[in-house]
Write a protein that binds this ligand. Structure first.
Ligand SMILES: C[S@@+](CC[C@H](N)C(=O)[O-])C[C@H]1O[C@@H](n2cnc3c(N)ncnc32)[C@H](O)[C@@H]1O
Length: 273
């Protein structure tokens, strides 16, 4: 095995720069790409979020890795990109504009973090991040399984609908309600608190329940999922637990170590965190 490459479970951890590493993969190789890149000067204490001298340099760098991902995405695949507006920075708006000229816009998801992050007093408290969704081309029909991410109705709503006289067949109606409703593109998943068992030492760690919804809806069991900015390994752990194959790329060896032990725990059936 090459140095910096670790095979574990149904996936591969790779130490290196995303754009460079992706050159070694064939075209149209991945069904799903989940990218949570550096935001650019949102996390002021993290060196990896502050390496570009200007927004323009960050946009130029972003275009490089997005093109590298575009090359390896299957024609019916989806490409999710996390982004956030900081108090100081709004380069994400420019990035969205740039990337939707490069690839086909598919959707914009709001990740509602459920709890506000109170870093400013001159506006509303910030409570969401965005996930830009791109597909290969305008003609592409991406794979998407809406049934895999249904949300259960609460008991009160079920009882209310069952009393509605317009529905002639109560058995069919009950079976329909039992399946739950389709998830909207506002995904409400609480962000990780310091004391959460899931929180394991990455300042931008995403909740596994959020990533699981992207994987469940946008890939089939056995499909190959890529995360070019793996961080603490959330995508890899979620993919492994969901029976998908995966590849995770990360420049920071400490984060790769965290990811490796997380995935080892999933492989050993010790739990998902
Ligand atoms: C926003 S974090 C990802 C967090 C991850 N989603 C999680 O749940 O832990 C971005 C990550 O990208 C890594 N990174 C920065 N530049 C990179 C590059 N050129 N190639 C690969 N990884 C990079 C950083 O070290 C950081 O861990």
């Amino acid at each position: 095995m090459e140095p910096g490459v670790i095979k574990i479970g149904h996936g591969t951890l790779i130490h290196g720069d995303a754009s460079t590493v992706l050159e070694s993969f064939p075209e149209q190789h991945f069904q799903l790409i989940i990218a949570d890149p550096p935001y650019f000067q949102v996390l002021v204490d993290e060196a990896w979020d502050n390496t570009w001298p200007s927004p323009e340099a960050y946009l130029e760098w972003s275009l490089q890795w997005v093109r590298a991902c575009k090359r390896v995405l299957k024609p019916d695949g989806l490409f999710y990109i996390f982004g956030q507006l900081g108090k100081r920075e709004h380069v994400w708006l420019h990035l969205c504009s740039l990337l939707t000229k490069e690839m086909q816009f598919h959707d914009m998801i709001i990740w509602d973090r459920a709890v506000g992050y109170n870093e400013r007093y001159d506006s509303f408290t910030s409570q969401y991040e965005m996930i830009l969704v791109l597909r290969a081309s305008e003609q592409a029909t991406p794979f998407f399984n809406k049934d895999a991410v249904r949300v259960p109705y609460d008991e009160k709503t079920i009882q209310m609908y069952l009393k509605d006289k317009r529905y002639k067949d109560p058995v069919a109606r009950a079976a329909h309600l039992e399946k739950g409703k389709y998830a909207t593109n506002i995904l409400r998943v609480p962000s990780l608190k310091g004391q959460s068992r899931e929180k394991i030492g990455h300042p931008s760690q995403k909740p596994i329940a959020l990533i699981q919804q992207l994987i469940a809806s946008s890939s089939r069991p056995g499909d190959l999922v890529l995360d070019p900015f793996l961080g603490s390994g959330t995508t890899a752990a979620a993919a492994e637990a969901s029976g998908r194959a995966w590849v995770g790329i990360e420049t920071n060896e400490d984060y790769l170590g965290i990811a490796q032990s997380r995935i080892a725990s999933v492989v050993a059936d010790l739990g998902l965190f």
